[in-house]
Every structure is written in structure tokens, then in C-alpha cells.
Design a protein around this ligand. Structure first.
Ligand SMILES: *Cc1c(COP(=O)(O)O)cnc(C)c1O
Length: 392
């Protein structure tokens, strides 16, 4: 039997990413493939850079999408800025901080870990203490929006502390970009990476990054070659740099970039601040419904991410069975817990195109039904009404 074309089911993606991709983005990606050095393509690349500068709120010249998922953007930041023998302070409050440690060590550097409870923001006081004890540190890395727990840290405060101790900063903004305020220039962030499939609602596989002048100086004056040929920005810039003349480094993922361009145009047309407000409002509606049902959030209100809602799984309820039922009965995907939180929490994403009132009500109605049928002790039939009240 020959294998036939693949036709995925139509789902609603309310997990930790990918989020729902707008039909406009999918349509853009189906346009004709042209050469990666075609002058029209280069014009579009320049527009992507401008749109990303707006989205990151930066004037940084070196702002572009890395050809690879968020993890490739993460690695690009670390391999370019960290050299063998360096000391890097890494703040951890979830899964992704642990990956930063891995990156630092694979660069031949030492990671000093600042541990924070999972589900809480990074404590600026702890970072300050670590920097006082480790005068040799050159870099501070932390996750702005911890997708594994749903907690948001105060990026500006952490960057200020790092700078007072003469450290550059690497910030993971994979889940924050486009969903909650992120101001790369105002906050003085030196290097930042994100992902295409979270609040930008593009398909996975691209990682927007941006580097400030101080980070660029480090990259240009390295003593050791960047260990990764593919991610060495000194080489990548021959293709993504400015001017009409571009040299081949690797073949850009052409149609994926059409998609990113369209996703960024959608965001530009909505306006960044409107997008932040939309994420907040839909989160508040979801929260009203979740709490009316009698379920609780993992993260305290002041550190809660609107785009990633971690909910404690009620006692006696089978995590996997509920998610499977949501998928089969409602075509609805929500996220499982990650790392230490596996089996204990659900992660409901309201990211990008997914963040709309219809999905809030769909998710609450579906949870109400599936949890009731599973015998959970919840307040039945009230969640949708509680959310509607916030939305109206
Ligand atoms: C999703 C995510 C990543 C990794 O992105 P991929 O595209 O899966 O490689 C890194 N950091 C955070 C905070 C994320 O949410």
C-alpha cells in the first residue's frame, strides 16, 4: 500500500506552543518559493528585520530570525557570547533555566546557579548576592517568561543588577515576545532570543534574536572561534547583515520566513500594546472561569503570565486521560506539566492567535464537561458564565 498525503486534524492549540497559526500566515507560506539571494527576497528579509525591531522594541542593527526553533536562538546567544573559562550566572525557576546551564557548560564555561522555587519569579536579591560573591562573572542569563511554570520575572530589575556588576545579559523571551511587555532597549537587554510558535503564532522553526552593541563587541573580539560554525554570527551576518550585497551562508527557510513576515505584519497592524492588552483580558476571563469552577492557579497573581496559565490538577484526576478526552471530544490541546510539575499541573496557553474569547469559552466549557464526567469535585456549569461576565 503506498503511503498517502498527510492531512492533520483541525485542532485548537491551547498548550505551551505551538499556538494556533492564522490562516493568513499559512496562506503566505504557500506562495511561490524564490531564491534566497533574489533581490525581492532580500527586500523581504529587511522588512522582517524592521518588524522584529518593532516587536522587540529595539533599534539594534543585529536583529534577525535564526533558522531553527527557539532552542537554536538560545544556543546562538550562548555560543557567541560565552567563551571557554568564562563564569556565567544563570537564574533558574523552571525547566528552561536548566537548559541555559547546559549551554554554558557546553561552551567550556562555569555556570553559577541562582535557584528559585518553580512557579515563582526570579528573586532579584538572590541574583545580587550571587554577583557579589562571584566577581569574575561576565554574563547573567535568565528566562523572562518561564513556560514550564507560567511565572514571569522582572526583566528590567534583573538586567539593572547585572549591569551594576558589569555583566552582560542573555534573556529568554521565547514566550514573552508579543504576549507581555518586553522592551529590549528601555530595559538595556544585551542579547535576547525568542521563538516563532508562541505569541507570534507562526509555525515553529524560527527564532528571532537581537544583540546590542556591547554584545556585538564581545562577538567581534572573541579570542576563541565560536564553537558552532552554523551559529557563528560573524559568519551569519554576511547573509543577514545590511546592504544589498549578501553572501551565501546557509539556504534560508524561505517559505517559513514568508510566514514570519505575515505574522509580524498582523502584529504590527494590531499594535503591540493592543496585543498585550488582549492577552491580559483573555487571561482574566479564563481565570474567572477556572476559579469559579473551584480550580486554582500555580503562580501567585503578581507573577502570573497571561499567555501561559498553570492550573493545579484536582485530586484524584488522571492527567493524561483528561487531556486525551479534550483532544478527542473537543479537538482541544492543552499542555501537560513539565519537569518537576509533570502530572501535577495543566498548562493552558492563550498565546498569539489562540488568545481570543471564543477559545477561552471553548476551553472552560470543555474542561467543565470532561472534569464532571471524570467525577472531579468542581462547581459545574458556572465557568463559562463567569468568563463571559469578564468579557462583556
Ligand atoms: C518553547 C521555549 C523554548 C524552546 O523553544 P523551541 O522552539 O521549542 O526550541 C525556550 N525557552 C522557553 C521559555 C520556551 O517557552
Amino acid at each position: 500500500m503506498p503511503i498517502r498525503s498527510f492531512h492533520p486534524p483541525q485542532r485548537t492549540l491551547m498548550g505551551p506552543g505551538p499556538s494556533d497559526v492564522s490562516p493568513r500566515v499559512l496562506e503566505a507560506m504557500s506562495r511561490p518559493t524564490i531564491g534566497h539571494l533574489d533581490p525581492r527576497f532580500i527586500e523581504m528579509m529587511d522588512e522582517i528585520k524592521q518588524l522584529l525591531q518593532y516587536t522587540f522594541q529595539t533599534k539594534n542593527e543585529l536583529t534577525m530570525p535564526v533558522s531553527g526553533p527557539g532552542s537554536a536562538g538560545m544556543e546562538t546567544c550562548f555560543v557567541n557570547l560565552v567563551q571557554p573559562g568564562d563564569t556565567v550566572v544563570v537564574c533558574q525557576n523552571g525547566v528552561f533555566g536548566g537548559r541555559m546551564k547546559e549551554n554554558v557548560e557546553r561552551c567550556g564555561a562555569t555556570a553559577i546557579m541562582v535557584e528559585n522555587a518553580w512557579g515563582e519569579a526570579v528573586d532579584p536579591g538572590r541574583l545580587e548576592d550571587a554577583l557579589k560573591k562571584n566577581g569574575a562573572a561576565k554574563l547573567v542569563a535568565f528566562v523572562h517568561a518561564e513556560t514550564s511554570t507560567g511565572a514571569q520575572s522582572d526583566a528590567k530589575a534583573l538586567v539593572d543588577i547585572a549591569h551594576r556588576h558589569d555583566c552582560l545579559t542573555i534573556v529568554d523571551a521565547v514566550t514573552s515576545l508579543g504576549g507581555t511587555p518586553l522592551k529590549v532597549d528601555d530595559w538595556g537587554i544585551d542579547a535576547v532570543y525568542s521563538g516563532s510558535q508562541k505569541c507570534l503564532s507562526c509555525t515553529p522553526g524560527l527564532s528571532p534574536v537581537s544583540f546590542g552593541t556591547r554584545a556585538l563587541d564581545v562577538i567581534k573580539n572573541r579570542k576563541h572561534k565560536v564553537q558552532s560554525w552554523f551559529m557563528d554570527l560573524n559568519l551569519v551576518m554576511a547573509y543577514w547583515g545590511s546592504g544589498a550585497k549578501r553572501a551565501y551562508h546557509h539556504t534560508a527557510p524561505i517559505n517559513a520566513l514568508y510566514g514570519l513576515h505575515e505574522a509580524l505584519v498582523i502584529l504590527q497592524d494590531e499594535g503591540l500594546e493592543s496585543a498585550w492588552h488582549r492577552h491580559q483580558r483573555n487571561h482574566e476571563a479564563l481565570r474567572a472561569g477556572i476559579e469559579a469552577m473551584g480550580l486554582s492557579f500555580v503562580v501567585k497573581p503578581e507573577a502570573r503570565l497571561p499567555q501561559l496559565n498553570s492550573i493545579n490538577i484536582p485530586a484524584g484526576i488522571d492527567d493524561a486521560a483528561v487531556r486525551k478526552e479534550l483532544l478527542t471530544s473537543y479537538q482541544l490541546e492543552i499542555g501537560a506539566g513539565l519537569g518537576a510539575m509533570a502530572g501535577k499541573v495543566w498548562r493552558i496557553g492563550l498565546m498569539g492567535h489562540t488568545s481570543n474569547p471564543r477559545n477561552v469559552l471553548l476551553c472552560l466549557g470543555a474542561l467543565d464537561d470532561v472534569l464532571s464526567r471524570a467525577g472531579a469535585r468542581i462547581n459545574k456549569g458556572v465557568a463559562v458564565a463567569a468568563a463571559s461576565k469578564v468579557l462583556s
